[in-house]
Design a protein around this ligand. Sequence first.
Ligand code: FUB
Ligand code: ZN
Length: 625
Amino acid sequence: MSLSSDWKTAGTVETRHAPQFRLQSVPLRAVTLAEGFWRQRRELNTRRGMPRFLASMEEHGVLDNFRYQSGRKTGQFKQASFISDSDVYKWLEGACWTLVTEDLPELKASVDAVIDEIAAAQGEDGYLATHVPPERRWKGLAGSHELYCLGHLIQAGIAHHRATGEETLLGVARRFADLAVREFGPGKIETPDGHPEVEMALVELFRETGEQSYLDLAGFLLHQQPSEDTYPPLADRDALVGHCVRSGYLCCGGADWYAETGESGIFQTLERLWQDLVQGKMYVTGGVGQRFDGESFGLPYELPNRAYAETCAQIAHAMWAWRMLLLTGQARFADVMELILYNGFLSGVSLSGAEYFYMNPLSAQDYQRSPWFRCNCCPPNIHRTLAMLPGYMFSTSSEGVWVHLYDACEALLTMPDGTVVRLEQQTQYPWEGEVELIVTPAAEVEFTLFLRIPGWAEAAQVTVNGQPVSAAVESGTYVELRRRWQPGDRVQLSLPMPPRVVEPHPRIAEVRGSVALARGPLVYCFESVDSPAAEILDLALAPTDAAGGFTAESEPELLGGVTVLRGTGRAVCSPCAQLDELPLYRSLGSRSLPPRHDVTALAIPYYAWANRGPSAMRVWLPREV
Ligand code: FUB
Ligand code: ZN
């Protein structure tokens, strides 16, 4: 097997040989998280989330499906879900990305055991889908998810190889991919899987192996009309349509294809679709998924609070944002990636690390996370995303090194010309906006340090060794610090984080006249458990300025340690007997409302809601001046 990438130095996306990537991803092993925000979550993922989910997969028979296939066990399928094979693959991918940075013999043993079951289940010709009976092979591609599962198998195989250098799972994935290469293409099977995913995986497999036929198949599938779908191929789409996860993964595949081939039409499409996303179809939390029906996009500005916003859709769009960032080096993509990671994505997992949301609404009543779903796509998607998250923090390029995300960590970054620089980040981000970076090249060397100034950050300041910099420091861009760096140079970045009152676009009818709170990268919400003086339904805000009179207060004992926003809200009533008597609809001015009165309003980070038992939650509150 000739491998084109050096497994130890490849990132989660191998960028080094793709001509259109402006930035290079860095290997996960180059980044060590210190005591900070993401390390805590990644450790919970490793020690709680993934082990429990593996046990649940065993309990629910998901792994038995492979044993029935290999003949190691006789019995009936316990969970014949059309995606449960992919749950195992995504779990494996998460476990393997974790093993890149940590030596965990128990986890490694579990990975080996699961791979052994998978390998034994593979057919002689390479086919592997435990839920598809032989006579149905490739027959129901609109819904069968055969190529979708192959995509996740490939990604797990690559993660396993990049973690360990071993080729067992990669070999299984290649045998199935080779079968797909033999059976799909012009004059062969021409309809792709109804659920895109395999496209980006095939491009990555090309990067991993140097085998051109994988790239060719990815390109062929990308340009075909999706199976039994009314939507056109990616290149012909003017707007985001259909199932959000499918669309997000398709865009990832398109970005990867463009990175390799430079097919400009695809990039123009991606730009068009991106604008459609950020100008009309994304929630303030970074959530994606407006409609329950078909788990799909809706119209621009159709953003009901009851939001579907499937966790996988957020993940798919963060993955797309990451690829657009690598292609362009533009901060607007990193801004969306950050927004998703801290909010719409992170709300998908409990503070205990082992219960999950499938949907992430912006307003809810008695909604709870669950450790297991019949359709289980989201939990292992969370596992792999948290495992690969350190890889999203930095990039390199011929110009220098890039810092996209802020968190306490240390990174050893190698630029394309071989220059190595150690970067240490000291920060309490996202709770505080002060970030200190200690830059340590082996010897004095000139390069540019690109620091992201988030779009939300007003009046950011940067100093190097205590001196203000002359470079432009503008929100929504990267400040470019070009100089001859000496070992131990210190960069101080200050991102002021006052509470922010956010107003929606007036066309978002459901929240017209409402406001939400944010601070730094975090979106906040109001939970009924914190609002004893007023029903959450009866709470309004009366902000008079950009900070709305709210102050940020650190609460180390609350919700694993958070900064809350405390201010004055306006209760429509409390107690609400008078409101209970009010008719549902009335003629304007016919009845006077009970007098409003001020109450203390406390907002918590959105990601942390639903961790204190059932409660009601709202992100947007009416604005009453
Ligand atoms: O169809 C596979 C996965 O199941 C999708 O990505 C999710 O939306 C769920 O429907
Ligand atoms: Zn999902």
